[in-house]
Design a protein around this ligand. Structure first.
Ligand SMILES: Nc1ncnc2c1ncn2[C@@H]1O[C@H](COP(=O)(O)OP(=O)(O)OP(=O)(O)O)[C@@H](O)[C@H]1O
Ligand SMILES: [Mg+2]
Length: 324
């Protein structure tokens, strides 16, 4: 038998192999009958294609099942975070009631006093002044109650997991800083941005991160307000798996006695009526929801251990997902 004719005999089987190898699992070879070796080979290949096609279907089904389970898992995660928030809101209810009760009682007292001062029978310049003073106090208390409510609203807000996106830290830090320009100038605070060039984007939500930085900046501004040296530094940097934002101030630092409590809802060292004590608790929750961490770092671990003051560090996952 010549080479040419034996090639012609095996050609259908070869073509079938090529078809199967290139992924066409519907391909089948024709059997000529007579039970010779070539028929056995083509029959075997047909079986192989059949078998492979069955396995591929099974794999696709398993893959769809996996994707569905993954979607369910993500939904459950969102629900879990939300119910954890609701649970902590529940346990905060007594505190919230107390917090709101203070401005409400003050408003009530001031309103009663205003009514007395505005009594038409005894109205004079002094009583008008007193009434104006009480009304101004009412306005301040209303602002305070509104601040508490707005803090709580952000705390209870449901965030969907897919709100995470590559986020340019430079932009968020600059935005948060810009919001404070006027306040920093008025308080004579020197704020410096130490932004790492080419800092990789974080996997985060820009709005929520900005809210965290606003809280940290507001605390830093408050901390330096009575100090001789008034400096705030906003710093970004990255390592292989994470990006970081630090807010450092030249204030007195956080006393060791309260370090363990500052992230608790309603914990504040500010005078009665000045702070809600929710800033850090909310920021902590936001950063944790974003898959990162917010911590007060020890001065010894800070980049400038010789300075005084507090350093709060936000760690977030890198959007490019590099892992060490
Ligand atoms: N930069 C800082 N330096 C020193 N102490 C701080 C600093 N940031 C926070 N703290 C301490 O942590 C406490 C809790 O801070 P948090 O932001 O939660 O509430 P707050 O600032 O007191 O109230 P609010 O945020 O409503 O103004 C503060 O009262 C203060 O004692
Ligand atoms: Mg605060």
């Amino acid at each position: 038998m010549s080479d040419g004719s034996s090639y012609a005999r095996i050609e259908p089987a070869l073509q079938l192999m090529v078809e199967i190898a290139s992924g066409n699992l519907e391909a089948r070879g024709e059997l000529v009958g007579g039970g010779d070796a070539m028929d056995a080979l083509v029959g075997g290949l047909n079986m192989l294609a059949e078998e492979l096609s069955g396995k591929l279907d099974e794999l696709q089904e398993a893959n769809q099942e996996l994707q569905r389970a993954n979607r369910e898992l993500k939904e459950m995660q969102v629900q879990l975070v939300q119910s954890a928030k609701m649970a902590s809101l529940g346990s905060m209810a007594t505190g919230i009631a107390h917090e709101l009760n203070q401005p409400l009682s003050a408003i009530r007292m001031d309103a009663e006093m205003s009514l007395e001062h505005l009594d038409p029978d005894s109205l004079n310049t002094a009583s008008l002044d007193d009434a104006r003073g009480a009304l101004a106090h009412i306005l301040a208390q209303v602002d305070r109650a509104a601040e508490i409510v707005s803090h709580l609203r952000t705390f209870g807000r449901q965030d969907v997991a897919d709100a995470l996106a590559p986020t340019d830290l430079d932009l968020v830090v600059r935005n948060a800083h810009a919001l404070f320009t006027q306040q920093l100038r008025l308080a004579d605070v020197d704020a410096q941005l130490e932004l790492a060039p080419d800092c990789p984007p974080a996997l985060a939500s820009g709005n929520r991160l900005e809210q965290v930085l606003i809280n940290l900046l507001s605390n830093a501004l408050h901390a330096v307000s009575n100090c001789a040296v008034k400096e705030i530094r906003l710093r970004t940097f990255a390592d292989d798996s994470s990006v970081f934002v630090e807010v450092e101030d030249s204030g007195p630092g956080v006393p060791a006695s309260i370090r363990g409590r500052i992230f608790e809802p309603f914990f504040t060292s500010k005078p009665e009526g000045e702070g809600t004590g929710l800033g850090l608790a909310i920021s902590f929750g936001i950063v944790r929801d974003l898959g990162g961490e917010l911590e007060l770092i020890d001065r010894d671990d800070a980049r400038s251990p010789d300075r005084d003051g507090a350093v709060f560090r936000v760690r977030l996952p890198r959007a490019d997902g590099l892992k060490t």
